[in-house]
Design a protein around this ligand. Structure first.
Ligand code: FE2
Length: 417
């Protein structure tokens, strides 16, 4: 009988902040049991991956699985704006069924997993009275748990106080088992409702012991300033790293004097940031002529100031973003461009934003990373650096989840004739 179930030989792994090393990785009963320069014991399956970049899996820290794969239903978003997207989704969600949600969510998760994503935070719209999207995604979370970890955010797409009944629906979603409390303060009817919604989110998170992830200031209005409210609530409650602010695109439009002051508060708050450059470069700036704003938060500056930033795809073929396949390297590639992170340390940071930083945001660090004792969830890419991973954006050669080889992709081969 073999000593190990699976052995990776001479994988190129980045350990800590040091340069990459070539290492053997031994896996047994779903966990990493040994990492060394050379392992002499035998294994049931051995993969010789000499010099191939081997990394913890990609983390999708912001996606809407409930709306994925619905682009064009019932109609295409012609203006390309967030608000037309919300209107189209309000029509499409009249026809939701559990089967519809589950089929599309699982198809999307399979697409994500074969591209190396093994941890996903999805938002579930909890603004419709039957809570079908939430129920469907909670069931999916359980169905797929042996190969991909899904976290569900109770997301009140139409606001908490701007629609009667939505506050109760949000609380019911937490009672049903949502992992994270969401919100959308910039879409509440008034500034006061927006502030009240953030305070209510913190109360609910504390009462039900959940994480927080708020769609915050996803608008080009430089007066949209709910991020400071989130920071203040985080400082007051000490919830800090349990809190994430998604999008924060208005931060890209704030004047520098205010942005500088805010950055100090954010460092005190130590909350996480999730930017979605693919979608926000297309959604935002629609009311601008020229110069036209990029509509993405200050990713580079947040990173330079030591804050945890991760990246999300946000939408895949839905009313807000009709393109995409779920590839996190597409997201990192867009971040390099839109956030002007073209220096080599910056390119490497963008890879971290779709891997380890996302794990911090999701609070899954106990089961994430190439370390002895952790579940063996990792990917092997057909290149040898983060730089080339982002340049080529190819599917991993192998995706290994909890010790099992989940997918193998044969690299493209082009012959000159
Ligand atoms: Fe979103």
């Amino acid at each position: 009988m073999s000593d190990y179930d699976l052995l990776l030989r001479q994988a190129k792994v980045k350990m800590g902040t040091d340069d990459s090393e070539l290492l053997d990785i031994a896996i047994k009963n779903g966990r990493i049991v040994e990492i060394a320069s050379t392992i002499n014991n035998d294994a049931s399956v051995t993969l010789d991956v000499y010099g191939k970049l081997t990394s913890p899996p990609f983390v999708e820290s912001h996606i809407h699985l409930d709306s994925a794969l619905t682009a064009g239903e019932p109609r295409w978003n012609q203006s390309g704006t967030l608000f037309e997207g919300i209107q189209i989704w309000s029509e499409r969600k009249q026809n939701l069924s559990l089967e519809d949600i589950k089929t599309r969510a699982i198809a999307t998760l399979r697409q994500q997993a074969e591209q190396g994503i093994l941890f996903v935070r999805t938002h579930a719209d909890v603004s419709e009275p039957q809570l079908i999207a939430l129920q469907g995604l909670l069931e999916v979370r359980d169905i797929v748990k042996d190969w991909i970890t899904v976290q569900v955010v109770a997301f009140p797409q139409d606001g908490i106080f701007s629609n009667p009944g939505n506050e109760a629906l949000l609380e019911k979603a937490l009672q049903m088992g949502a992992d994270v409390v969401g919100g959308i303060p910039h879409y509440e009817l008034t500034r006061e409702y927006g502030v009240k919604s953030v305070e209510r989110i913190f109360e609910l998170a504390s009462e039900y012991d959940r994480l927080i992830d708020i769609h915050c200031d996803e608008v080009d209005d430089e007066q949209s300033r709910f991020l400071e409210v989130v920071a203040a609530c985080s400082i007051r409650t000490g919830m800090s790293t349990r809190v994430s602010a998604s999008h924060t695109t208005a931060f890209g439009s704030y004047n520098n004097a205010y942005a500088f002051k805010l950055m100090g508060f954010l460092q005190r708050a130590q909350i996480n940031f999730i930017a979605n450059p693919l979608i926000n470069i297309t959604l935002q700036g629609r009311a601008d002529t020229y110069p036209k704003r990029r509509g993405v938060t200050r990713v580079k500056e947040l990173w330079q100031n030591g804050l945890n930033v991760s990246l999300g795809h946000d939408c895949i073929q839905d009313p807000w973003y009709s393109l995409g396949t779920g590839n996190m390297l597409d997201v990192a590639h867009m971040a390099v461009h839109v956030c002007q992170m073209t220096g080599m340390p910056e390119i490497n940071a963008c890879y971290d934003m779709v891997t380890v930083n996302g794990a911090k945001t999701l609070h899954v660090e106990d089961k994430y990373g190439i370390e002895v004792g952790k579940p063996a969830s990792l990917i092997v890419l057909d290149i040898d650096s983060y730089y080339d991973a982002i340049r080529y954006r190819s599917k991993p050669l192998y995706v290994i989840s909890q010790g099992k080889i989940l997918t193998h992709t044969t690299p493209e081969v082009t012959k000159w004739l």
